[in-house]
Design a protein around this ligand. Structure first.
Ligand SMILES: C[S@@+](CC[C@H](N)C(=O)[O-])C[C@H]1O[C@@H](n2cnc3c(N)ncnc32)[C@H](O)[C@@H]1O
Length: 228
């Protein structure tokens, strides 16, 4: 597993290796639930009526596409530091794409009304620093939405752990040829804060009204907050 210093290059190389098969693996391994999670996120963003949205760690662009459909009047910009993933997004018709590291965004202060990050924050080398960077590019009062995996509460946790650590990496190896990426996935989910701990992390990075909701029994969590 990578150290904090090697996490960025490790994660970028890992997604470059699975980019072509990422969507298939995602939809198959989540039993199609990932569409519902992103649709829920897009509905929340629509209610904020943004003009400019940054979808950070946009990857193959599925959340950016859902946001574009939900907010047709908004400019939706996708940013990611993995070019092969952005090429997949481009192939789906997304045009506003930026190659950028979430730890050092080449974007102006206060440039966006909304920042979203789906299944991306967990992979960044410093969660507080990445959240602070998201706060920087948001206008005061702008909204943050974080969607990511979380460990569900007991008793679902007992059934989920064997799936996450044993079944999922083997299935993923068949689909992508890259078992190690999915060994990393389980470890990263175990380490990633969720619930009140994630709300505290978000609040500490310059946000107010941090709130979390569990989706699908808690295997995914969705957080919202407003930049102070
Ligand atoms: C699991 S994929 C999620 C993609 C997409 N948001 C989705 O919902 O399917 C994680 C993405 O985060 C990107 N990522 C990880 N760390 C990043 C960073 N520091 N800066 C920019 N992108 C990053 C990876 O390149 C990858 O495309």
């Amino acid at each position: 597993m990578p150290t904090q210093e090697t996490k960025g290059p490790f994660v970028r190389a890992m997604f470059a290796a699975i980019a072509a098969r990422y969507d298939v693996a995602n939809h198959f391994l989540s039993f199609g639930l990932d569409f519902l999670w992103r649709r829920r996120a897009a509905r929340i963003v629509r209610a904020w009526q943004p003009k400019r949205v940054l979808d950070l760690a946009t990857g193959s662009g599925d959340l950016a596409l859902a946001l574009r459909a939900a907010c047709p009047a908004a400019l939706v910009v996708g940013a990611d530091f993995c070019l092969p993933m952005l090429r997949v997004a481009q192939g789906k018709g997304l045009g506003q794409l930026v190659v950028a590291d979430g730890m050092r965004l080449p974007l102006a202060d206060g440039a966006f009304d909304v920042v979203t990050v789906a299944f991306g924050l967990r992979n960044m080398e410093s969660w507080p620093a990445a959240l602070a960077e998201m706060a920087r590019v948001l206008r005061p009062g702008g909204h943050l939405l974080v969607l990511d995996f979380s460990m569900p509460p007991v008793p679902l946790r007992w059934a989920y752990r064997p799936y996450l650590h044993h079944v999922l990496p083997r299935l993923a190896a068949l689909l992508t040829g890259e078992k190690s990426a999915y060994d990393y996935l389980g470890d990263s989910i175990e380490k990633f804060p969720c619930g009140p701990a994630m709300c505290a992390l978000i609040a500490g990075a310059g946000f107010a009204e941090a709130n979390g909701e569990r989706l699908t029994g808690g295997i995914v969590s969705l957080y919202t907050a407003r930049r102070r």
